[in-house]
Design a protein around this ligand. Structure first.
Ligand SMILES: Nc1ncnc2c1ncn2[C@@H]1O[C@H](COP(=O)(O)OP(=O)(O)OP(=O)(O)O)[C@@H](O)[C@H]1O
Ligand SMILES: [Mg+2]
Length: 319
């Protein structure tokens, strides 16, 4: 159970979770570069590599493997998560490594995971960016539950798009469960399902419709709570031959199917020089400041900043 401090802690920082359904879509590349751009704009920014099994975000921002990591906090080698923060050579940019020494987030006991999530939300930074592992695992989705902003990264390939849809749907359904739990709507939801067997969590639109019929007042409250759900989509690795409207189209399709607000933050071009920057361990923005990708990343960052954060539904962030 997340207590009172949770609300004040959440209000302090903007927590952005950056996820993708497929490995290699560019989550870490986007997270690292967005972090650098936010820091360069003067925001106190913390990057956390929560891809615990395969932490490599430090390389994207051009710093050596930090000595301390999340595992020191989980294994109680340090008392506070703050002690695992490493400063970076970029002013205003801080980093927590996710290296877990053979320990994956999936292996964390529920209590350990809750403690980690609670402590991430308490960290005193203006922006906290979480670089997530690929896929729709229950644990990956947990991180979206503590964030104000869910940023989903896909490439234009159909396989990546299919997986991003699956991930967005899973996060959406978890958020609905959270709303039902927070407002104590479960009894009403059960009543609605008895009324119409299709009115369940897998069909949120039918559920909402029937709940409004059964109890108009609570139905309206639920509709209002769900209308705060606002996700973002970034399309990475767009090649010249790809349709530049793909990202907008995906957002429209998701909005139609899932009845949630989905904003497109922009295309990020494909550029072979990303490979060079990773191999040289120099942030792309520093190595190639005058390129289309740098412009794309800036635009993406500004779009994200201009979309007003929707605070998460508080209370039990994790089922
Ligand atoms: N816009 C781009 N243009 C060209 N190459 C890119 C671009 N974005 C990322 N890459 C390359 O794609 C690969 C995967 O990028 P990255 O590590 O950011 O993906 P990821 O989604 O974090 O992967 P994982 O799921 O393994 O953590 C890297 O080799 C990177 O150099
Ligand atoms: Mg990654």
């Amino acid at each position: 159970m997340i207590g009172q401090n949770w609300e004040s802690a959440i209000a302090m920082s903007h927590i952005w979770s950056i996820g993708g359904g497929k490995g290699g879509s560019g989550k870490s590349f986007l997270t690292g570069n967005l972090g650098i751009l936010l820091a360069k704009q003067g925001y106190q920014t913390l990057l956390i590599d929560v891809d615990l099994g395969a932490a490599n975000l430090h390389t994207i921002i051009g710093i050596p493997h930090p000595e301390k990591s999340i595992s020191d906090f989980v294994n109680k080698k340090v008392v506070t998560l703050e002690e695992t923060v490493t400063p970076t050579p970029i002013p205003n940019l801080y980093f927590i490594s996710g290296a877990m020494n053979n320990l994956d987030i999936a292996n964390l006991a529920h209590e350990q995971k809750m403690k980690l999530l609670r402590n991430i939300a308490k960290l005193p930074y203006e922006y906290i960016l979480l670089d997530l592992g690929a896929g729709t695992s229950f644990n990956t989705i947990d991180f979206f539950m503590i964030s104000n902003s869910g940023i989903f990264v896909t490439t234009p390939e159909p396989t990546s798009i299919e997986n991003i849809y699956r991930l967005i749907r899973s996060v959406y359904l978890r958020k609905i469960r959270q709303v039902l739990k927070t407002y104590d709507f479960r009894i009403l939801a059960e009543k609605a399902e008895r009324h119409n067997s299709r009115a369940n969590i897998s069909n949120p639109d039918v559920l909402l419709y029937i709940m409004k019929e059964v109890d108009p007042e609570k139905g309206d409250m639920l509709e209002k709570a769900l209308s705060t759900l606002h996700f973002k989509l970034t399309l990475n690795q767009l090649r010249k031959q790809d349709n530049p409207n793909t990202g907008e189209l995906i957002c429209k399709i998701i909005e139609r199917h899932l009845a949630l607000k989905m904003s497109f933050t922009g295309n990020i071009s494909f550029d072979d020089r990303v490979h060079n920057s990773v191999c040289k361990k120099i942030p792309f923005l520093d190595l190639y400041p005058y390129t289309q990708i740098t412009l794309d990343l800036r635009e993406c960052c500004n779009n994200l900043l201009s979309i007003h954060d929707v605070h998460p539904i508080l209370q039990d962030a994790v089922d």
